[in-house]
Design a protein. Structure first.
Lengths: 317, 301
């Protein structure tokens, strides 16, 4: 007779249990199962071919985590928008955490808990086409913005960011909230410093496809609306709108001037989005378009026709 | 083609290994490839192309490197080993069979292997192999009376021939059918006459595998000894029944031959692949490959 199993019902709210820490281990490391992974775990993700690595790049509070949380929410809620089927993930908890972050941020319930400096940053999803076929794995690097802040002044931090060096697609985030005000020099300086330091350490690869994303772009519209508040003259309203539009163009140009000498971003890879823009049936179309671009795999290699000698033989006949 | 392991591993790894690990793996693979048997070579081919793990190879690499690696890394390493073998000079029957086996499996490779194959196998190596094929796999290897005897009879038993005595002839015939005879005798014919070829090849294979001596004899047939084609659901008999349907038009013939191709390449490999597949079966597979391509070209090109 087998021993009785001692089952203890837990009626308390679950809290993460501390794992055994090795010497020098990091206290912020997640103890949840299926949470975001560390870089060292990436090569062990099971896939028949190399997953596509999408790296989200930007200093803190630019909306990287909200962005990836929104992607997951769309995949679960309306995958047809992305012409994909969500099949699996090894980091479901990591995604849910980000969805929760996005939710808190949207509702203004609290300060969004930003990605911990030493927490896992790697998320993965296995996608299929609309019928679930042609499965492929995508890996996202959602590194803490604080690390990018550190990297702006420390080469050793830059050199540790392998997810930047080996990215298939790298999304450079610009925070509209910090770019839009007149006093934005400090922000632009740190943005430039960050890019320059990665460039100087040869961390940007020519094989990477680069995207430039102005996040929180809804603030531009908000700024316009505030500026015309109480004004009834249509001409005056139009004038103010033009002023804000021109101001925004200048701001974007200033960022493009920083980015273009460092990495090549094609014009159709520049997006203005709101990463929270996933209201049901009123999704931000540019955000959805960008998601689609990012989750589209580079065409996998096919076998060279040189190997098909039978076909060649029949042709010769 | 430099058969560079670091480059090959980029097909499966998100972040590359450090130099020391690459060198360690490279040495382990070279050591393994130095004394490779036909069955070990075929196992690596199956691992690479069809993702059928070769546990012996995995254990050998682990023992040599004193480490373990993600499953997809072993597939890339198997490709590296296949590339190493092909880059060395093979002689005699090995020269003929190794690449032949490989090229047949290449055609049914699973997603994820093409990148590795393109990087680790130099396709130009096959030109020399094909020349060898043309020179050495001629029908004169078989006596014409013997051939006529085989053709005229409905079954192997009716020919009163001892299959063991004719083993080498059968092998030559299988090879021959793969190329010259198909082009010469069957390329211009309609499906019905081709039925003879189906029937003949299937009979040979079936007769051959039904003989107990096949499973206990020493070289040159020892490579067959672990084959049990009747062990799976898709037996040769099943395939033969499918192929010999009488009311099928040419379009469905393609489907029928596809059934065989899938059998030979998928079911067959997965069922008996772990026990290795015989050179003769590869010969038969090539035959059906040619037939399939021919039927396809007649209909669609």
């Amino acid at each position: 007779m087998s021993e009785p199993v001692n089952i203890k019902l837990n009626t308390e709210i679950a809290t993460p249990q501390a794992t055994q820490q090795t010497e020098g281990a990091i206290i912020e490391e997640s103890t949840y199962r299926y949470d975001a992974l560390q870089n060292v775990d990436v090569n062990r993700l099971s896939s028949t071919r190399r997953p596509t690595l999408v790296t989200l790049f930007g200093i803190s509070e630019c909306g990287k985590t909200t962005f990836v949380g929104s992607l997951f929410a769309i995949l679960c809620r309306r995958p047809q928008l992305l012409k994909s089927t969500f099949i699996d993930s090894d980091t479901l908890t990591g995604f849910q955490r980000r969805v929760h972050t996005r939710f808190l941020s949207e509702k203004g319930l609290s300060e969004p808990p930003r990605t911990q400096r030493r927490a896992g940053s790697i998320l993965n999803i296995v996608l299929g086409d609309e019928h679930g076929d042609n499965q492929r794995m995508m890996v996202f690097s959602d590194l803490s913005g604080e690390i990018y802040n550190d990297a702006a002044s420390k080469d050793e931090v830059v050199l540790q960011q392998t997810a930047v060096k080996y990215a298939d697609k790298l999304v450079i985030f610009v925070d509209t909230e910090k770019l839009l005000p007149a006093k934005n020099n400090a922000y632009k300086a740190s943005f430039q410093s960050l890019l320059t330091r990665f460039k100087e350490n040869s961390m940007f690869s020519q094989n990477t496809e680069y995207f430039l994303v102005f996040n929180k772009a809804d603030l531009v519209k908000e700024k316009t609306n505030k500026a015309v508040e109480g004004i009834t003259d249509d001409v005056e309203i139009e004038k103010i709108r033009d002023e804000v539009t021109n101001l925004w163009k200048q701001r974007k140009l200033s960022i493009s001037n920083i980015v273009s000498p460092i990495v090549a971003v094609p014009s159709n890879n520049i997006y203005e989005i709101c990463s929270k823009g996933i209201e049901y049936e009123n999704e931000d179309t540019k955000l959805i378009e960008l998601f689609n671009r990012l989750i589209t795999e580079k065409t996998p290699a096919s076998l060279s026709p040189e190997y098909n000698w039978i076909q060649k033989l029949v042709k010769i006949k | 083609m430099n058969n560079n392991l670091k480059d090959i591993l980029t097909e499966v790894l998100v972040f590359p290994y450090d130099v020391a690990t690459i060198e360690n793996l490279s040495e382990a693979c070279k050591t393994y490839a130095e004394e490779l048997s036909l069955s070990e070579y075929e196992a690596c081919v199956l691992h690479l192309c069809l993702d059928i793990p070769d546990t012996s190879f995995i254990k050998a690499i682990n023992a040599s490197t004193k480490s373990t690696f993600p499953v997809h890394v072993y597939r890339a390493l198997a490709g590296y080993v296949v590339g190493l073998v092909l880059s060395t000079d093979q002689e005699g029957v090995d020269e003929l069979l190794y690449p032949l086996a490989l090229r047949n499996v290449l055609k049914c490779q699973q997603p994820g292997s093409a990148g590795i194959i393109n990087k680790c196998i130099d396709s130009s190596r096959f030109d020399a192999i094909e020349s060898y094929w043309y020179k050495n796999a001629k029908i004169p290897a078989i006596d014409s009376d013997l051939l006529k005897n085989i053709y005229d009879k409905d079954s192997w038993e009716d020919s009163s021939l001892e299959i063991e005595d004719q083993f080498e002839h059968i092998k030559s015939l299988a090879k021959y059918y793969c190329r010259s005879e198909f082009e010469k005798s069957y390329a211009a014919k309609t499906f019905q006459p081709n039925q003879e070829a189906y029937a003949f090849m299937n009979k040979v294979a079936q007769d051959l595998t039904s003989h107990s001596w096949l499973y206990v004899s020493a070289d040159p047939v020892k490579v067959f000894k672990n084959i049990n084609v009747s062990g799976g659901l898709a037996t040769l008999d099943t395939i033969k029944t499918q192929l010999r349907g009488t009311d099928i038009n040419t379009n469905t013939n393609i489907e029928k031959t596809s059934v065989f191709r899938r059998y030979i390449y998928s079911n067959d490999y997965q069922e008996i692949g772990k026990k290795r597949i015989s050179p003769l079966h590869f010969g038969i597979a090539v035959f059906y490959e040619l037939l399939y391509e021919y039927l396809k070209s007649e209909n669609y090109e």
